[in-house]
Ligand binder design. Structure first.
Ligand SMILES: [Cu+2]
Length: 164
């Protein structure tokens, strides 16, 4: 009888210890997951501190963002090429219309050095199926993200977004 009780107790104790461990693990993840009391973004799990992750998807010939309004501050662009050829992703701060950026003479691409454009960062040579990311500190204003592989901007690879 005593032996049986002892045997029976052990699994129960082990079980509650396991539950406790699970509860503790859940708790330790809790604050991080629930803290973004911020406005729009599901601040992703990017890591330390505040910040917004914008997921960008490149295809032939489109640039798509999962957010078009982004809170000012640290923004991480997670860029994925879902197309079949190499693309790139460049972010400009500009008041120019997304489809009317200044082009480089004799070349079918945007002139990244034009004074009406302020480059905030980019990733080049994103292979099909690959992802690259970069982080920028963005102040409020109007922005345009493009692919500046020759000919791709003209083919439609541009998208506007706003930082507020
Ligand atoms: Cu492209």
């Amino acid at each position: 009888m005593n032996i049986r009780m002892a045997v029976l107790r052990r699994p129960v104790a082990a079980g509650s210890a396991l539950l406790l461990a699970v509860a503790l693990a859940a708790c330790s993840q809790g604050p991080g997951a629930s803290s973004p009391a911020a406005t729009s973004g599901t601040g992703s799990s990017a890591g330390a501190g505040a910040g917004t992750t914008v997921n960008a998807t490149l295809t032939e010939f489109k640039v798509e963002l999962d957010k078009t309004q982004v809170p000012a501050g640290t923004v991480t662009f997670q860029v994925t090429n879902n197309g079949t050829i190499v693309h790139e992703f460049v972010v400009f701060k500009t008041d120019d219309a997304p489809d009317a950026l200044p082009t480089a003479s004799e070349e079918s691409e945007v002139n990244e050095d034009d004074p009406s454009l302020t480059s905030m960062g980019e990733v080049e040579d994103v292979d099909p199926g690959a992802s690259k990311s970069f982080t920028a500190d963005l102040e409020p204003g109007k922005y345009v993200a493009i692919c500046n592989v020759e000919g791709h901007y003209m083919a439609g690879m541009h998208v506007p977004f706003t930082v507020q």
